[in-house]
Design a protein around this ligand. Sequence first.
Ligand code: NAD
Ligand code: DAU
Length: 356
Amino acid sequence: MASRKILVTGGAGFIGANFVRYTLQERDDWQIVNLDALTYAGNLLNLKDIPVDQQKRHHFVHGDIRDKKLLADLFSRHNFNGVIHFAAESHVDRSITGPMAFVDTNVGGTCELLRAGLAHWQKRKEDAAFRFHHVSTDEVYGSLGEEGSFSEDSPYDPSSPYSASKAASDHFVRAYHRTYGLPVVITNCSNNYGPYQFPEKLIPLMILNVVELQPLPVYGQGKNVRDWLYVLDHCQALLRVFEQGEPGQTYNIGGGQESANIDIVRKICAMVDNRLGRAPGTSEELITFVKDRPGHDFRYAINAAKISRELNWQPAYTFDSALRNTVDWYLNNMEWVKAIRTGEYRNWLELNYKQR
Ligand code: NAD
Ligand code: DAU
């Protein structure tokens, strides 16, 4: 495997940080330049446990993907062999109350990165392995009924400002391939869960509310279904696509583990009650059905046959055991949770992290 230097954007967020750690470990001669604006969702504590011997291959840059000058500077200083683009506003509920941030970063920021990436690649077309990898979502396909699943050929039909912004960015990425030949790959994945997820998303929010005996807000009747993907399975799939994916192609990535929200919340209640030695059934009483999310997609399910067939990838984790790992991770990392709750994580850059 040739050594590489790659630009990762959004590598202080949930999936990005898991990917940075995973890749430094799996590819021991790769260098990662990690560009992240450290929004509310970006947290350098997510990268704190990179082993010391790997830290010298990780270079954090505090900056914004919308900053043209910074991008030009980074691409001129580093001979990147590829870009893996995670940086985004990622939370559907926030997109409903404040859509413009999603347009700015997810559409505008992606376009700035494409422009800089294209200029870089045009000077070094001899690098056949160069890829611009856009990390996207199954939400671009809209909602399913009780049956069926999303394939790479499913039509785009986004419901929320978040998914509309990701759909727009996918279209720009594809357009850069068709128009300029930029060797792009796009992955559209289902709902991730696992360590370091910001506690606004369903699974970590419910775990922490159960721990703290707070109400568990379930939207509508809790019957909406998601296809759950453990973040480490996702990281493995991303690296596979980045290294072996065909330029211009899209790959859907899913966990193959569908579950209704209410069933997940009940599982979390049982797992946390068990871990904390509470009587069975204690936390279920906290379940509170609340007003539904506007435009709430009913069901997502991924047909992952293409990545399985072409790149020989299948998820390795099962939902119940990986959910248990996740519950344990939050219970064992209450300092991380506390730093988020108090806002202390925002000072981590100044206090503890030297820019290299
Ligand atoms: P996240 O919200 O946890 O992290 C996003 C990261 O991007 C943060 O570190 C943030 O600081 C950074 N960022 C935001 N705006 C930026 C900007 N303008 N410039 C530079 N950095 C910026 O998100 P996540 O859940 O890790 O998702 C990562 C990617 O995967 C996103 O593109 C998201 O759309 C996609 N995705 C997520 C899921 C999921 O279940 N979480 C599923 C499918 C696709
Ligand atoms: O499908 C991939 C997408 O999954 C990603 O592209 C998004 O970045 C990611 O945020 C996630 O979107 P969802 O809207 O599916 O995730 P969220 O965790 O917000 O909600 C999951 C389900 O749980 C959804 O049906 C809404 C419901 N929910 C969520 C919250 C936060 C509740 O019932 N109560 C809640 O408090």
